[in-house]
Design a protein around this ligand. Structure first.
Ligand code: PGA
Length: 272
């Protein structure tokens, strides 16, 4: 791996999924991360993605901390008769971030590439930063089809995207077999897939716009392995599920990323 790191600021985003069950627990979790995130803020971008009902409470806690807030999904229409949905424009008053195309949305809730594309375009259109997720199934991985699957998902998602949108776009490569399994992807595999992702971005958006798009790894990332991803030349951070539900563990991940990028650790930052 001889390429240099992309030069972008690293991003660590905590996808809480449908957790925790109580507002007080959500507040405690957010509070537990703020210190480490502030200490590393010169080097690392941090975002928390709680479930919809906890967004407003967490927004208050994060106010003026520099820690970003995001939702886990959105709908493309601004308002209307769409029972159960939350629009991108509704989120834009509270959030800086939104996830689109998470594999749980695709697999459990049947979201198509076309939906992912419309959500991504709508969210960027109202000023949100989007973390767009792509990734292959276990059998596709075993069959050596990762690049083909991930490239196809990405090409479809970029259909309505213009190069000017690229500064608000982040791609998370999340192999589905690695999500929540404790079986994180080999960094070499992640690197090869990120190369394929970068190729599609270059072709679809042009080199300059592509260079503004950060690429994350996701799938059983934790404080023990996050360093091996953010050291990869093409990897700009991680999308974190399970490990983001433990404040101490997520805080440690922030410190590790700051260390890899040569920024101050919590200790140095708090004593300086
Ligand atoms: P995990 O989830 O870190 O628990 O594997 C990652 C994700 O689904 O974004």
């Amino acid at each position: 791996m001889n390429a240099q790191r992309s030069g972008s600021r690293p991003l660590l985003a905590g996808n809480w999924k449908m957790n925790p069950a109580r507002a007080s627990e959500a507040a405690e979790l957010a509070r537990g991360v703020i210190g480490a995130a502030r200490a590393a803020s010169a080097t690392v971008d941090v975002a928390l993605l709680p479930p919809f009902p906890w967004l407003l409470g967490v927004a208050e806690l994060l106010h003026e901390t520099g820690v970003g807030l995001g939702a886990q999904d959105c709908f493309w229409e601004p308002a209307g008769a769409y029972t159960g949905e939350v629009s991108a424009v509704m989120l834009s008053g509270w959030c800086q971030w939104v996830l689109t195309g998470h594999s749980e949305r695709r697999q459990i809730f049947g979201e198509s590439d076309e939906w992912v594309s419309k959500k991504t375009k709508a969210a960027i259109g109202v000023g949100l930063n989007v973390i767009l997720c792509v990734g292959e199934l276990d059998d596709q991985f075993e069959a050596g089809r990762t690049d083909e699957v991930v490239s196809g998902q990405l090409q479809a998602a970029l259909e309505y995207m213009s190069p000017g949108d690229s500064g608000r776009l982040v791609i998370a490569y999340e192999p589905i077999w690695a999500i929540g399994t404790g079986k994180n992807a080999d960094p070499e595999h992640a690197y090869k897939t990120m190369r394929a992702i970068r190729r599609v971005l270059d072709e679809s958006l042009g080199d300059e716009a592509s260079s503004r798009v950060r690429i994350l790894y996701g799938g059983s990332a934790n404080s023990g392995n996050v360093g091996s991803y953010v050291e990869l030349p093409l990897c700009d951070g991680c999308l974190v599920g399970g490990a983001s539900l433990k404040a101490h563990e997520f805080a440690r991940m922030i410190e590790v990323v700051a260390e890899v990028y040569g920024g101050p650790t919590t200790e140095e930052a708090t004593t300086s």
